[in-house]
Design a protein around this ligand. Structure first.
Ligand code: 9PG
Length: 525
C-alpha cells in the first residue's frame, strides 16, 4: 500500500473530515503548529499537548520503558504518539490524524503530520476544525469499529492499593471492609499482594482461608468482590517461567523478552498467540470467577503487546487483543477494568480503562518528573494530567482516573484534593483507598455525598468544565515541567544510569519500602 502525501490544498477545509486508506500518510503543514497532542500508548504513558517541534527528553530510567511507554518509540527523535495525533494551528483550529485500526503511530516531522501502520495499511480519519468536535467524531468512528461499553452503572470502588500497598492480609482487609459500614461503595477490590507470584495466581500465606472465603465476605456486604491480577506478566520466580519457557514472548535473538522488572528480578510476558497460553488464560479467569470475584482489575497488560517473536507471526497489538478477547469471554458478565493497557486494543473488550498514571498522596515529585523527566511515575499531578487529556474516550468506555484521597495529609493542599475530586465527577468514576477507620465523622459524610452525587457536567473548553453550574479549570495542572538545565541534566543522566542497574534499583526499592513501612506501621493491623 502506498504512502499518501496530502498537501495543504488537499487537506480538509475547516469543518471537513475524510477517511482515507494508506499504509502511511503525510499531511503537509503550511505553517509551524502551536502545539502537538501526543497520545501515550498505554494507561500510564504521558498524554498531553506538548511542544510540536522539539521532542521531549528521553524518559529515564530507560529500564522502565517497556513498562511505562511504548518501548519501540521511546527514543524516537520527533514529537510522536500512539494511533492518533493532532496539531494546533495559528487560527486555533486543529488538524487531526487518527488511525482506525491497530498498530499505528503518528509524529510531527519535516513540516508534516505523519501517520503510519507498523505493517500493512489501514484506514485513517483526517479532519480539520474545532478540537472537541473532531475528538468526538474520532471516538464515534472507533466505537463503530471496536465496540463500546454497554454497562450503565459506574462502579464506586474501594481499592486496597494506595493505603496498604503489598501489605494486605485477611485481617487488615476485613478491618477495611467493616469500616466501610453502609457507605455506598459498590465494589471492594483487593489489589496486588494476595498472590504467590506474578504468574502463580494462588493465594499466598497471608490468605490462609483462601480467596473464596474473602470473596464471600465481601459479597455478604452487598458489594461486588474485586481482585487485581496481571495475567500477561510472568515473574522469573513463577512456575510458568520454569516449566513453560516456550509460552513466553521472545526477543529477536531468541531470549525471553524482558517486559520490565519486579525490583529483584526481570519480568517476562506471555505470548498470546500460543494455543496453550490461550487455554491457560481462559482457565485462569474462570478459576477467579469461580472463587466468586465479579470485578477484575487486569494490570500490566502492556506486557502482552511488546515487540518480539511470537508463535504466530502477527502484528503485536493484534496478538494482544486476541488475548484480551479470550479473557473477556471467560469473564462472562464480570466487570473488567484494564490497567497498564495499550488503549485502542482494549476498546470494546473491557468495561473500564485506567487512563492515567498512578496517583499518590503527594502532588508531584521533582526527582522523577523533572530530573528524570518521567511523567508516568506515581503522583497526583501525573495521574490528573494524562487522565484529563484522555476524557474524549468517555463515550466509548468508563474512564478510571485512579483514586481520590480524603484523609489528612500534609503533602496535598485542599485545592489539589478538590481538583482531583472534580476530575472524578467529570470522569464519573469514583474510587478511594483511604483506610476507613482513619476517617472522621465529617469525612465519612463528605465521602457519602461524593459517592451519591451525580452532577450535571458540561464541557466548556479543552480544560474547562461546568459541574452543576460551577466552573472548574484543570488548565493550571496541564503544563509539563521545564526542561532540566545543563547541571540538572547531568544529575538526571547519572540518576538515569543508576536506575538501569539492578543493584541500585534494589537499594532504591528497599529505601522506599522502609519509608512506607515506617509511615504505615501504625495503620496496618
Ligand atoms: C499494583 C499496582 C496498582 C496500581 C497499578 C499498578 O513501573 N510503573 O510504571 C508502574 C506504574 C504503575 C504501577 C506499577 C508500576 O501500578 O496502576 O493501581 O494496581 O500496579 O502493583
Amino acid at each position: 500500500m502506498p504512502t499518501l502525501h496530502l498537501q495543504s490544498d488537499s487537506l480538509p477545509q475547516t469543518g471537513d473530515t475524510k477517511i482515507v486508506t494508506a499504509s502511511s500518510l503525510h499531511l503537509s503543514l503550511s505553517q509551524p503548529p502551536k502545539s502537538f497532542y501526543r497520545h501515550g500508548w498505554q494507561s500510564w504513558s504521558l498524554t498531553a499537548w506538548t511542544d510540536p517541534i522539539r521532542e521531549l527528553p528521553v524518559m529515564k530510567p530507560t529500564s522502565f520503558h517497556s513498562r511505562q511507554t511504548d518501548p519501540v518509540y521511546a527514543r524516537y527523535p520527533h514529537p510522536n504518539g500512539s494511533w492518533l495525533g493532532a496539531v494546533e494551528l495559528e487560527d486555533g483550529s486543529i488538524l487531526f490524524l487518527g488511525a482506525l485500526e491497530l498498530n499505528a503511530h503518528v509524529a510531527v516531522r519535516e513540516g508534516q503530520l505523519q501517520g503510519w501502520y507498523e505493517s500493512g495499511g489501514g484506514e485513517w480519519f483526517v479532519g480539520r476544525g474545532e478540537e472537541i468536535n473532531l475528538f468526538e467524531k474520532y471516538a464515534e468512528l472507533l466505537g463503530q469499529r471496536f465496540g463500546r461499553v454497554t454497562v450503565q452503572e459506574h462502579p464506586r470502588v474501594w481499592c486496597s492499593w494506595y493505603s496498604l500497598y503489598n501489605n494486605i492480609n485477611e485481617n487488615n482487609l476485613a478491618k477495611a471492609l467493616n469500616g466501610l459500614g453502609d457507605l455506598p461503595f459498590d465494589v471492594f477490590q483487593i489489589d496486588d499482594g494476595w498472590q504467590v507470584s506474578t504468574g502463580d495466581w494462588e493465594p499466598n500465606e497471608k490468605f490462609p482461608s483462601g480467596m473464596e472465603a474473602i470473596a464471600a465476605k465481601i459479597k455478604a456486604t452487598g458489594r461486588k468482590a474485586g481482585l487485581w491480577l496481571a495475567p500477561l506478566a510472568v515473574s522469573k520466580h513463577s512456575s510458568i517461567y520454569k516449566n513453560h519457557p516456550d509460552w513466553l514472548l521472545h526477543d529477536l535473538s531468541g531470549k525471553p523478552y524482558v517486559a520490565g522488572f519486579e525490583w529483584s528480578a526481570e519480568m517476562y510476558a506471555l505470548d498470546t498467540t500460543h494455543p496453550e497460553v490461550i487455554k491457560w488464560l481462559r482457565e485462569l479467569i474462570r478459576k477467579i470467577r469461580g472463587w466468586g470475584f465479579d470485578y477484575l482489575k487486569l494490570d500490566f497488560l502492556a506486557a502482552g503487546a511488546q515487540p518480539g517473536k511470537r508463535h504466530e507471526d502477527i502484528p503485536r497489538e493484534t496478538a494482544f487483543r486476541r488475548g484480551l478477547q479470550v479473557m473477556r469471554e471467560a469473564a462472562g458478565n464480570a466487570y473488567l477494568l484494564f490497567c497498564g493497557t495499550p488503549i485502542l486494543p482494549a476498546l470494546g473488550v473491557c468495561d473500564a480503562i485506567r487512563v492515567g498514571a498512578d496517583v499518590a498522596n503527594f502532588w508531584d515529585s521533582r526527582f522523577y518528573s523533572y530530573l528524570l523527566y518521567n511523567q508516568t511515575t506515581p503522583s497526583m499531578l501525573n495521574g490528573l494530567r494524562t487522565s484529563v487529556n484522555r476524557l474524549w474516550l468517555k463515550p466509548l468506555v468508563h474512564v478510571d482516573p485512579d483514586v481520590a484521597f480524603f484523609s489528612e495529609t500534609k503533602s496535598l493542599t485542599p485545592q489539589q484534593k478538590r481538583l482531583f475530586l472534580d476530575l472524578t465527577e467529570v470522569a464519573d468514576f469514583k474510587a478511594t483507598s483511604d483506610l476507613p477507620h482513619q476517617w472522621t465523622e465529617a469525612q465519612r459524610e463528605e465521602i457519602r455525598r461524593w459517592l451519591e452525587s451525580r452532577p450535571r457536567v458540561e464541557r466548556i473548553g479543552r480544560y474547562t468544565f461546568s459541574i452543576d453550574g460551577r466552573e472548574v479549570d484543570f488548565g493550571p495542572a496541564m503544563p509539563l515541567p521545564p526542561l532540566p538545565n545543563f547541571f540538572d541534566g547531568i544529575v538526571g543522566g547519572i540518576l538515569g544510569v543508576l536506575g538501569n542497574q539492578f543493584w541500585a534499583l534494589k537499594i532504591w526499592h528497599w529505601l522506599i519500602r522502609y519509608a512506607l513501612a515506617k509511615k504505615d506501621s501504625e495503620k496496618i493491623a
